[in-house]
Ligand binder design. Structure first.
Ligand SMILES: NC(=O)c1ccc[n+]([C@@H]2O[C@H](COP(=O)([O-])OP(=O)(O)OC[C@H]3O[C@@H](n4cnc5c(N)ncnc54)[C@H](O)[C@@H]3O)[C@@H](O)[C@H]2O)c1
Length: 435
């Protein structure tokens, strides 16, 4: 197959649509492997930054971007989608959010498919990487791409290959994480596997695109359900006076049959809170239910309320009321040490505390300014990360365990901490309530 030959010679031009947390690392990886890469995004600021060799994602080094744009066959970013026609392989890394009624919002992905269809030519490979429900690639993308008369596998190839990015993970990145690939026909699987095989250590071809889509959902649902399980056990053991964190540390010494998951203030990020509901929606079409997903969603989404109730109790024990209490929320990111605050429970915590009359501020060195929340509270700015500032509050609520919050001297004058991540040690001084 001619395209496979071009891929093996690293002559195939790779276009990556969407330069976010998934698309940028993927474009860099393709470029580092020696492929000519065109990075597409509608956000002209991102396009400009990339072409100037700058990174806008904290854990993606600017040195990598600078090196990619300085190569003899450079990575080039553009907002001109007519240049898709130049690409031999087009990888779609666009958002797949939920709509107002928790229904899948495929507008980004289907919009991109229409743009690709307008200039589709024989010999191209299109791969969807965005997380979605089984059937999206063959039921939604395929008809759009074939509408102009070209067909697969005779003219072009179409596959799904889920992204497994774990932002900030020091061990696993796109290059050394096995890549699952499923085409809408065996020829498409073969071509897509050939491309990823040039840049990833291990490629796992599966029988079709629906299996690949389902694989990604299994991975995310597994996390959502297990996090819900430890969140529920946290509340149950808490009533019994047993510390869930100590229990998990002990349980994880079992060398087989157990994988630790950790409780927290609620789910965050683009994936775990949203993706499972893509399956719930699709399952209804088949007259079947996804009870584990619903139950996990219920438990996890109730966590911020539970944490705020813990704050209320902690303050009353000190003879204080929530109304008028000075509360400092530590961390806006949904996960430690990354600059991603999408779906972060910290926003809900802030809103719930404000509703109960607390005077709320936050501290997060990765977010000097916070987005206005759903409740429409005014734009907030991070307070400084200093012992003097920390000492000004009645209560510190630790929501994200950034490394910068683990300096004991910060807590010198702090009296009370509600800690949702088991990050603050009793010996640092303040009274610590785990929640
Ligand atoms: N972030 C993660 O850790 C992660 C991990 C695995 C899978 N995923 C999945 O990958 C997909 C992308 O997620 P992400 O985190 O990279 O999203 P993101 O929001 O970080 O990036 C999306 C990018 O697409 C751009 N964009 C929006 N509309 C566009 C259009 N019409 N054409 C071109 N560019 C456009 C945006 O400007 C942005 O740069 C989602 O389906 C997500 O579920 C994300």
């Amino acid at each position: 197959m001619e395209l496979i030959e071009r891929i093996k010679r690293h002559e195939a031009r790779v276009g990556v649509i969407g330069q976010g947390y998934v698309g940028l690392p993927l474009a860099l990886l393709m470029s580092e492997a020696g492929f000519p890469v065109t990075a597409f995004d509608v956000d002209v600021k991102k396009v400009e930054a990339l072409n100037e060799g700058r990174s806008y994602i904290a854990h993606v080094g600017a040195d990598r971007v600078a090196a990619a744009v300085a190569k003899p066959v450079p990575l080039r970013a553009t907002a001109d989608f007519s240049r898709l026609a130049e690409c031999d392989a087009i990888l779609i890394c666009l958002p797949t959010p939920l709509g107002k009624h928790r229904e899948p919002d495929l507008s980004y992905v289907l919009g991109a498919a229409r743009t690709i269809a307008d200039q589709l030519r024989a010999g191209q490979l299109v791969v969807l990487e965005s997380t979605t429900y089984p059937g999206t690639t063959n039921e939604e993308l395929l008809p759009i791409l074939e509408a102009g008369g070209l067909t697969t596998p005779a003219d072009f190839f179409l596959a799904f290959s889920p992204e497994r990015e774990d932002p900030g993970n020091p061990t696993f990145h796109a290059g050394n994480t096995p890549k699952v690939v499923g085409g809408v026909n065996p020829e498409s699987t073969e071509v897509a596997a050939a491309l990823y095989g040039e840049v990833m250590q291990r490629v796992i071809p599966v029988s079709d695109s629906r299996v690949a889509e389902a694989t990604k959902l299994l991975e995310n649902i597994y996390r959502a359900v297990n996090i819900a399980l430890v969140n529920e056990l946290k509340m149950t053991f808490g009533r019994m006076g047993i510390d869930i964190w100590e229990v998990i540390e002990a349980a994880k010494t079992k060398p087989f049959g157990y994988q630790p998951f950790y409780p927290g203030p609620g789910l965050g990020g683009h994936c775990i809170p949203l993706d499972p509901f893509y399956l719930t929606w699709k399952a209804a079409e088949y007259g079947t239910w996804t009870r584990f997903i619903e139950l996990a969603g219920e438990i996890n989404s109730g966590m911020p309320q539970w944490v705020v109730a813990k704050c209320l109790d902690a303050l009353s024990e000190e003879g204080k009321s929530m109304k008028g209490a000075k509360v400092l929320v530590l961390g806006l990111s949904y996960k430690a040490d990354i600059d991603d605050d999408r779906e972060s429970p910290s926003y809900e915590l802030i809103e719930l505390l404000l509703k109960r009359g607390a005077e709320v501020r936050y501290c997060d060195p990765l977010f000097p300014v916070a987005r206005p929340g759903r409740a429409g509270h005014p734009v907030m700015e991070s307070v400084p990360l200093t012992p003097e500032e920390f000492g000004r509050y009645d209560l510190l609520l630790l929501s994200t365990a950034h490394r910068s919050f683990s300096d004991p001297s910060l807590y010198r004058d702090v009296k009370l901490v509600v800690d949702t991540r088991n990050a603050v040690r009793d010996e640092w001084g303040p009274k610590v309530v785990r929640a």
